[in-house]
Design a protein around this ligand. Structure first.
Ligand SMILES: Nc1ncnc2c1ncn2[C@@H]1O[C@H](COP(=O)(O)OP(=O)(O)OP(=O)(O)O)[C@@H](O)[C@H]1O
Length: 243
């Protein structure tokens, strides 16, 4: 069974078609990156796949369940780390994680163990007792992803995980995301081409709400007839043919 399978997934706002007839599949354990210029439809796609907004038409199945007819089942299997880091600034890192455990109905005793596990797994030890609001952007993103992992999702959506981070913080977050490879299906959106190229198994390029190409970075460069990924991206954004 595929992790994600979309069939003609479409989202229209009044006079804008944000996502247009999207047909895409992602395998279990895959790290899939959605690339595209501003307004290409990446965030809207993630929102439909994570049941935050309903499609106008079409459907998507996540591990077999439809976002249209079974959104509650889908929500049990997924989690999202949104563009805006959603940590509680006055709680410590540990308290933020315990708070999320509470939301999922995990008992206090279990929550303590789960929180410590997550602190170790996401290498948050050195800042576990610090208030989240005092942390750098990189640490806040790392905490935000740890919070999304508490529910042990099969599929994790990361919307622009490294937006605004400096080069070092970005590299550290890449290592964390790479550590998820093969264990969790990850779909991330990004504007950083090198992020998609070095992290992901496959890349989908969106332009004008449509998927203009999909494949490994190598395949996309071959398809565009370019040796550099950035050049391939420009060609494919400007309407390279569908693969
Ligand atoms: N709630 C909304 N109401 C009206 N139009 C919207 C809404 N959300 C998104 N859009 C429009 O849909 C299109 C796709 O937007 P979306 O945010 O999905 O793109 P994106 O690829 O994520 O862009 P960015 O890289 O800038 O975040 C844009 O034209 C946007 O203005």
């Amino acid at each position: 069974m595929r992790a994600i399978e979309t069939n003609n997934l479409t989202k229209k706002y009044k006079d804008v078609t944000a996502v247009d007839d999207l047909c895409l599949s992602v395998e279990q354990g895959e790290l899939f990156a959605l690339l595209g210029v501003n307004g290409a439809g990446k965030t809207t796609t993630i929102k439909m796949l994570s049941c935050l907004t309903a499609p106008t038409s079409g459907d998507a199945r996540l591990l077999g369940d439809s976002v249209v007819t079974a959104p509650m089942k889908v929500k049990e299997k997924i989690n999202l780390s949104p563009q805006e880091t959603a940590v509680a600034p006055n709680l410590t890192v540990r308290e933020n994680l315990e708070f999320i455990c509470g939301i999922y109905g995990i008992t206090k005793e279990e929550a303590a163990g789960k929180t410590e596990d997550m602190i170790k797994r996401c290498s948050l030890d050195e800042i576990a007792g610090k208030k989240a609001g005092t942390l750098s952007g990189g640490w806040q993103r790392r905490l935000s992803i740890a919070m999304a992992l508490i529910s042990e999702p099969d599929i994790l959506f990361l919307d622009e995980p490294t937006l605004g981070l400096d080069v070092l913080a970005r590299r550290e977050l890449w290592e964390m995301i790479e550590g998820l490879k093969g264990k969790v299906t990850v779909v991330l959106t990004t504007h950083y081409l090198e992020e998609a190229e070095s992290l992901s198994d496959r890349i989908g390029i969106m332009a004008g709400g449509r998927l203009s190409a999909v494949g490994t970075a190598e395949e996309l460069m071959k398809k565009a007839g370019k040796e550099k990924f950035e050049e391939a991206f420009v060609v494919l954004c400007r309407g390279g043919s569908l693969s």
